[in-house]
Design a protein around this ligand. Structure first.
Ligand code: GLA
Length: 378
């Protein structure tokens, strides 16, 4: 258990026991991709992969000591001089910066971190770290904010301190997850509504380095912002790109690339609404909408990869599988596959060898289901 690991790790690093151990979840998005920063809606789940944080106050100190058990040893973050260092501690420093910026007198802390969320595969290990750390500090100091506010503060940390112009989906999932439920999120303003979802989901990590990801993500954010400006010229009251209609899009006469990005956003939000209605009516996840989402991400949003397309195509040929799509930002990372539990298990067993043969390296696979978000472990 990751919570036991972090407690042991704390004791080894700092002598003595932590006061508090908390954890937050990684996530996979079921449907609703690249819509959060466009004011749309999405449907992720928190998963059983988690990041745990163990903390204790350092009375009289104005610096936080932190150890992830990696090769870096114990690192120190001076609260008076927090600066981006382009390493994993930026996620923690960013949250400290937010808390201090809100006038909260955060004392020095000893912090140990442990995680079984693979980093760099698109399961939001960074959001889980931000949320777990923010939750630990708020709990330790007796500050009672709600999970949505905690997630939005962590999103600000990532945008302002780390410098990634992300939406709020990952942090909201890490904070607000509910076991046995998908999270129907709206983003303008941010709300989360739990929808019963007890199915298993197969996650396939294509294990492809994501070098392009950061800059391409930023480019999409800018393209969507430009599309909104153009739509608002013909429909000034449209508040977000997700709120535009296909008719308004046609009237705006956008350049081809912007038009396709906007078409994805508008259609994807409609697919989220249909999925939520299907699940709320007690039916299985509508796999065909996952496939439609993937095609739209591949063709209109251009954020798929040959490996992700291979996984989706391969999965759709297996019996008992109802749908598959890329999940998260894309350009590598993970795909999700929907279907009967037995079919997912046998695909998880057979896919790696087929993938290695076709692509040349091994993927990773996990069968997951909806789990809790941020929680106190001990
Ligand atoms: C990344 C971002 C999220 C979201 C997804 C795409 O995970 O952090 O905010 O935009 O990509 O849906």
């Amino acid at each position: 258990m990751i919570a036991d690991d972090v407690r042991r790790h704390f004791t080894k690093s700092f002598d003595g026991e932590p006061t508090l151990v908390v954890s937050a979840a990684g996530r996979v998005n079921l449907i609703g991709e690249h819509v959060d920063y466009n004011g749309g809606e999405a449907l992720p789940i928190a998963i059983q992969r988690r990041t745990a944080v163990a903390v204790r106050l350092r009375p009289g100190a104005a610096a936080t000591r932190i150890n992830s058990g990696g090769t870096g040893g114990v690192l120190t973050l001076d609260h008076a001089r927090l600066a981006r260092k382009r390493k994993w501690t930026d996620y923690v420093a960013g949250v400290l910066d937010q808390l201090i910026g809100r006038g909260i007198d955060v004392p020095g802390l000893d912090v140990a971190v442990a995680s079984d969320i693979p980093s760099g595969s698109g399961l939001s290990s960074s959001a889980a770290l931000e949320v777990a750390f923010g939750f630990a500090v708020e709990t330790l100091l007796g500050l009672h904010t709600d999970p949505v506010a905690l997630a939005l503060m962590c999103q600000n940390a990532e945008r302002q301190f780390v410098g990634v112009p992300c939406g709020a989906m990952d942090q909201l999932a890490a904070a607000c997850g509910v076991e046995g439920h998908a999270l129907h999120m709206q983003f303008a303003p941010a709300t989360v509504c739990a929808v019963p979802f007890t199915e298993h989901v197969l996650v396939v990590d294509t294990a492809v380095p994501r070098t392009l990801r950061g800059s391409a993500y930023e480019e999409r954010v800018k393209e969507c912002a430009a599309a909104l400006v153009a739509v608002q010229r013909v429909a000034p009251t449209v508040p977000t790109l997700a709120a535009a209609t296909m008719e308004q899009l046609a009237q705006a006469e956008l350049p081809d690339v912007q038009r396709r990005r906007a078409r994805h956003v508008i259609a994807e939000c409609e697919r989220v609404r249909q999925t939520v209605a299907t699940l709320a009516a007690g039916h299985q996840f509508p796999g065909h909408l996952a496939v439609a989402s993937h095609e739209s991400l591949r063709d209109d949003y251009e954020c798929s990869s040959p490996e992700l397309d291979w996984v989706v195509q391969h999965a759709m040929r297996a019996s008992g599988i109802s749908g598959a799509r890329l999940t998260g930002a894309g350009w590598g990372g993970c795909a999700v596959v929907f279907g009967e539990a037995g079919a997912l298990e046998s695909l998880a067993a057979s896919l790696p060898a087929d993938y290695s043969q076709a692509i040349g390296h091994r993927p990773r696979t996990w069968v997951v289901s909806a789990d809790a978000g941020a929680r106190i472990e001990s």
